[in-house]
Design a protein around this ligand. Structure first.
Ligand code: GLC
Length: 454
């Protein structure tokens, strides 16, 4: 069967956007330089700060594990990593931050890396603003997509399914759990406290798909760890760096999901006025503070808020007033831009109805570098804290499986993380291998479902 590449990330949807027509009223970036010095001071993290974050993350892991007050939930999972190869066909669902992916997967015990997994059919949909407001709808949509995917098949035969549900979840067993809270700008009112297994099962029942058996319910970090560990037994930590961020780690053969997006980073580094505004305007004020400094759902918005502050006398209809009008992939493109006169940057700013001179474009680029450097440094320090928990002296090799478009696509993001890890571990980090595990969160759902099928 044909193997298909799975494409999904925040970046995909913004790549080829043409600039707006020249008829709009453009505004220019005037005072950006006067803000730069103070921003630089606030957004730059010293080596000592990285160590402070690492040690605080470690303390919070320990507090979370010992049921003491902690910003890290250390949620126990009931899904175990296994390198034991099974064969079979399963359905895998990945409900992440910006996309919904539904796959039919044929696992073959002979394959030796995730890229070889046979994906016979797939559906991929961008999650709409309505679905974010009413996430209950998503369960019905998943059921309908499954029906399309398996329309040719006999609906008497049982098909197992793994559901990657990338939010805070109290797992009851391998396939049931209770939603604690939603994040990444989803509204939680309708589904908080409910069991995603039951919600999906009911949606499937409504359209007569009772032969679909939900065997595994897991977080995307767990899925990524399961995928990598299936091929490499040195994998004991995984991380998501996409619309959201999170880390899970293996302690005494049990996977713990830290929910590191909610890490109380503000206790180590003060938030800027822009971090605070972004938080106040978000769906979940006061929560996921680290995620709001690190991940793809927020970096573009942070830049928009900074730019907005530099502009005066703006018409209220101007695009820059619109929440989330500046998407994170643009930041990466601007950082990558080395063209004469920063032409690409000019074009991107034009899409936001902003006129710029070369000097202001250079400043804009510098601000973006500050935002993304801070993100990569915090991400690396949280990872370092996790590694210190499982191996304080780094005596073993560790494969860290990482999935998500920020790690995969953001300009020089992985290099910046590696350099921060060098800084934290004083160049003794040769034993840490950060490995992009593309689609790990999704394939892990298939592997986990199959492992629960006997
Ligand atoms: C958010 C969710 C978390 C998920 C992460 C990455 O932080 O709370 O469960 O793993 O996003 O998708």
């Amino acid at each position: 069967m044909k193997k298909q590449a799975l494409k999904t990330n925040l970046f995909k949807h913004y790549k080829h956007k043409a600039p707006l027509s020249p008829s709009f009223s453009k505004i220019s970036l005037p005072k950006i330089s006067s803000h730069h010095q103070s921003l630089k001071k606030q957004l730059t993290l010293s080596s000592q700060t990285l160590i402070d974050i690492t040690l605080f993350f470690l303390t919070e892991i320990n507090n979370g594990l010992h049921q003491k007050k902690s910003s890290l939930k250390m949620l126990k999972t009931h899904i175990k990593p296994s390198s034991q190869k099974k064969s079979g066909i399963t359905l895998a669902i990945d409900w992440g931050g910006s996309n919904l992916r539904i796959l039919k997967v044929n696992l073959d015990p002979k394959i030796i890396n995730p890229e070889e997994i046979d994906i016979s059919k797939k559906i991929q949909k961008k999650i709409s603003p309505i679905e974010k407001k009413h996430p209950l709808l998503i369960f019905d949509h998943i059921a309908q997509h499954i029906r399309k995917l398996i329309s040719q098949e006999n609906n008497q035969t049982d098909i197992s399914l793994g559901l990657t549900f990338s939010f805070h979840l109290n797992a009851k067993n391998a396939s049931h759990g209770q939603i604690i809270t939603l994040s990444k700008e989803f509204c939680e009112t309708e589904i908080k406290g409910k069991d995603p297994h039951v919600l999906l099962q009911n949606a499937l029942k409504k359209i007569h798909l009772s032969n679909i058996k939900i065997k595994a319910l897991l977080n995307d970090t767990t899925g990524t760890l399961i995928t990598k560990a299936y091929f490499n037994q040195n994998c004991d930590v995984s991380m998501i760096l996409g619309s959201g961020t999170n880390i899970c780690l293996l302690i005494d053969k049990m996977i713990y999901v830290t929910e590191s997006g909610d890490f109380a980073i503000q206790q180590i580094i003060p938030r800027t006025e822009f971090d605070k505004t972004l938080d106040q305007n978000s769906e979940n004020p006061g929560q996921q503070i680290a995620e709001k400094m690190i991940s793809g759902a927020y970096l573009g918005e942070l830049f928009r808020l900074i730019i907005l502050k530099t502009l005066t006398n703006l018409p209220s209809s101007h695009l820059i007033h619109k929440k989330n009008s500046f998407h994170t992939p643009y930041l990466s493109e601007i950082e990558k831009d080395t063209s004469l006169g920063l032409k690409k940057t000019k074009q991107i700013l034009t899409t936001l109805q902003i006129e710029s001179t070369l000097a202001t474009r250079i400043k804009a680029k510098k601000i973006i570098q500050l935002i993304s450097n801070r993100s990569a440094k915090i991400a690396a320090a949280c990872l370092a804290g996790s590694l210190k928990k499982i191996d304080p002296t780094l005596s073993q090799n560790h494969v860290v499986a990482i999935d998500g478009s920020i790690f995969e696509k953001y300009y020089k993001y992985s290099e910046r993380m590696i350099s921060s890890l060098n800084n934290i571990f004083k160049n003794n980090n040769k034993k840490i291998n950060l490995v992009l595990t593309k689609n790990g969160s999704l394939l892990g759902a298939a592997i986990a479902a199959l492992n629960q099928t006997d």
